[in-house]
Design a protein around this ligand. Structure first.
Ligand code: IMP
Length: 203
């Protein structure tokens, strides 16, 4: 893919999560110019009051689009554990309580699953994109299972516990290139890029 010669391929990623920003920059490589909020001159907390990943992604994208009126996207993601009826879902970030650390969330998940053998789960990511004054949604899912102990040092959040389908180790113990190809976020970003390539390819 040849980079476009103008600002058509520039997008602001409405996140204050440096890990997500790094991952999306790695996924999109040189083809898309991804600007952080700081690089766009925006410093703000992002609202997250919805009951669904879609509602949260939309709320975050709207908040930034109102400020900058430039193409921008936000992402909201969650972990759905089958034995917990799909929890923590939209409450994944605050599973162990508001302001909980990743360590505390991981420990709570291990505790909730301690006597449970069905450990199937999935990560889901929803992207809300403002493009040419319209809002579009994209979704990505990665199936997997929850490990019985923490393993690995890379990534963030639940990466030391989430073993993607087809692998025997969690994301945090696998090469970063694996995650950037198959994660929920990578898949949602791929959907968005398909859409954008179609929009920006001259006829
Ligand atoms: P939010 O989308 O920023 O609200 O994050 C939802 C929660 O899911 C947070 O606790 C994140 O740490 C976690 N999370 C989102 N994506 C990933 C991932 O790729 N790996 C591990 N944890 C993740």
């Amino acid at each position: 893919m040849t980079p476009l010669p103008n600002e058509l391929n520039r997008l602001v990623f409405a996140t204050n999560n440096g890990h997500k920003l790094d991952e999306v920059k790695q996924i999109l490589g040189n083809h898309w110019d991804i600007l952080s909020l700081a690089e766009s001159g925006v410093t703000t907390d992002l609202p997250e009051n919805g009951n669904t990943l879609h509602a949260n992604a939309e709320e975050k994208a709207n908040a930034i689009y109102r400020l900058i009126s430039l193409p921008c996207f936000a992402e909201d993601s969650g972990l759905e554990v089958d034995a917990l009826g799909g929890a923590p879902g939209v409450y994944t970030a605050r599973y162990a309580g508001i302001g909980a650390s990743a360590q505390e969330n991981n420990e709570k998940l291990l505790e909730e699953l301690k006597d449970i053998t069905d450990r199937t789960a999935r990560f889901r990511a929803v992207i809300a994109l403002w493009w040419q004054d319209k809002l579009f949604f994209f979704e990505g899912v990665i199936n997997g299972r929850i490990a019985t102990r923490l393993e690995g040092l890379t990534g963030f959040g639940y990466d030391p516990l989430f073993i993607p389908e087809g692998f025997d180790q969690p994301f945090a113990a696998l090469p970063g290139t694996v995650k950037s190809q198959i994660s929920h976020r990578a898949r949602a970003v791929a959907e968005m890029v398909n859409f954008l390539n179609f929009q920006t390819t001259p006829l």
